[in-house]
Design a protein around this ligand. Structure first.
Ligand code: UN1
Length: 499
């Protein structure tokens, strides 16, 4: 199947792909998959107007009915899973299994949101005044702006959209300009389901396409009380300031620089597999990718030499081919950024293994051998996130030193410790341990399930999406006090007697 067949099979009108400034190019071979028009300022204005109107209707629909819409959408995604996964592979270059895994995340969050649609619980609170009761209620919040990155072109939108919809909000999506087609395909499926759903208003979900300026228009517009943005720390910093300046709420999921620690008691087979998937999988293009590795001195030589062996046997190439584990980087600038980081590491004294271009017969994409870089100590490039498969490896002697290393970067998304020592594991998970939003034992930092809250601290932005109580970000909380006493006792014992 090609991209157009995938789009057609989910009911997308191909006439929309004729022309436009945004060109979807497959990282597999550089081939143009389609072109879509960028939404201009007037277009964004009218989308927002219609999205507000949709919100005003949708907030009146009972939450479990809103959940039913999301259930039907999840069913549609299930039916079209292979075509959607194929489109992710074509537009982002993920291997087939990982692309299918991403679509599965969409299905999983829909299931989660359906259950949640009957569990938007508030609290009842004991009032200090006789004949009064207090309660908290959660109300729909408004149209939600969702800005997503290229690397999870379906899952991250769905984490936001599935929750936003059951919470009674409309959604406006600005996908990455590198992945306009996956967005259109998924949005077309939701539109189909919504059209057949009696209570769903038109324009419940909209897509606006374009580059940075489109994101800026969304961030600046007070009609979007919540902006959920996933991407670089640079982008998040701008969005956060713009949204804060109008007292909007932002939910940010920005860069990660995730570390793994291999402790003296680690199971070596498990460690090598976990590291290789976390660092080289998805061609190093997950927010949760392992980018730094701390190995205990007693295990360093064995672990690093096994890792080098594992890396040299990784099959790099066409992600559509069975057996390929590492597909292409998204584009030339990503390849250049990777080479620049490796040069920086060499200048800092790092020993680089791998990282070179891999020629894949007949394919003009940017394929690389994932790199391992042995460093004596952290340096400028290992302190920053380069969105490519580079793993910086350090030696450590005490767990305190490894935890300090884990925490010594400005990002705080995910972290992991490979150990069979209970004390160390508990220390890592304690208040003195990892400072990240996600901390794992005996699995890598990537590949989180949707049931937990997803996000991180520090320059990762502090937002939490997906599972747990992340839904609260998509609603407004109202504290309500009802007086059924007939008298008017004031709180704090205040007297204010009026004749
Ligand atoms: C991302 O890279 O933006 O935990 C999301 C993971 C995936 C999601 C990553 N479930 O690796």
């Amino acid at each position: 199947m090609n991209a157009l067949d995938s789009l057609k099979s989910v009911g997308f009108d191909l006439a929309q792909l004729n022309d436009g400034e945004i060109v979807s190019q497959s990282p597999i071979d550089g081939q143009t998959l389609g072109r879509v028009p960028a939404t201009d300022a007037a277009g964004v204005q009218s989308v927002l107007e219609r999205s507000v109107a949709a919100f005003h209707q949708w907030r009146r629909v009972p939450a479990p009915r809103r959940g039913e819409l999301v259930r039907l959408f999840g069913e549609a995604v299930r039916r079209h899973k292979p075509a959607l996964a194929e489109l992710i592979t074509l537009e982002v270059g993920k291997i087939t299994s990982e692309a299918a895994g991403e679509v599965q995340e969409v299905i999983d969050i829909c299931d989660f949101a359906v259950g949640l649609s009957r569990q938007l619980y508030g609290l009842t609170i004991a009032s200090e005044r006789p004949g009064h009761h207090m309660q908290e209620r959660w109300h729909p919040y408004g149209p939600v702006g969702i800005i997503t990155a290229f690397n999870f072109p379906m899952a991250v939108w769905s984490w936001n959209a599935a929750l936003a919809l059951i919470c009674g909000n409309s959604v406006v999506w600005k996908p990455s300009e590198k992945t306009p087609l996956t967005a259109l395909a998924l949005a077309a499926l939701l539109d189909d389901v919504a059209r057949a759903f009696p209570e769903a208003p038109a324009n419940l979900s909209s897509v606006v396409q374009g580059g940075r300026e489109v994101g800026e228009w969304l961030a600046a517009d007070p009609r979007l009380p919540l902006i959920s943005a996933t991407g670089s720390t640079r982008m998040g910093r701008e969005v956060a300031v713009t949204v804060a300046s109008r007292f909007g709420r932002s939910l940010l999921e920005l860069g990660g620089n995730n570390a793994m620690i291999v402790a003296p008691t680690a199971n070596e087979d498990l460690a090598v597999r976990a590291i290789t998937f976390a660092a080289a999988g998805t061609a190093g293009q997950r927010c949760t990718t392992a980018r730094r590795l701390y190995v205990h001195s007693s295990r360093y030589d064995a672990v690093v030499s096994r890792l080098k062996r594992a890396y040299s046997s990784l099959s790099v190439g066409d992600p559509r081919v069975t057996g390929t584990l590492v597909g292409p980087l998204i584009d030339a600038s990503s390849f250049n950024a990777m080479q620049a980081a490796l040069d920086g590491a060499r200048r800092a004294g790092g020993r680089v293994h791998g990282g070179e271009r891999v020629d894949v017969a007949g394919l003009a994409g940017h394929y690389v051998r994932p790199a391992i870089v042995e460093l004596e100590k952290p340096c400028a490039v290992s302190d920053q996130e380069t969105f490519a498969p580079i793993l910086y490896v350090f030696r450590y002697d005490t767990i305190a030193e490894a935890i300090a290393g884990n925490n010594a970067v400005s990002q705080g998304l995910s972290s992991s410790l490979i150990t069979t020592d209970l004390m160390e594991a508990e220390l890592f998970l304690s208040a003195e341990g990892s400072d990240c939003g996600i901390a794992n034992i005996n699995i890598g930092p990537s590949g989180a399930e949707i049931g937990g809250a997803f996000g991180g601290e520090k320059e990762t932005g502090g937002g939490r999406e997906s599972g747990s109580d992340a839904w609260k970000a998509y609603m407004r909380r109202q504290t309500q006090t009802v007086n059924y006493s007939g008298a008017l006792p004031l709180a704090q014992g205040v007297k204010f007697d009026v004749e």
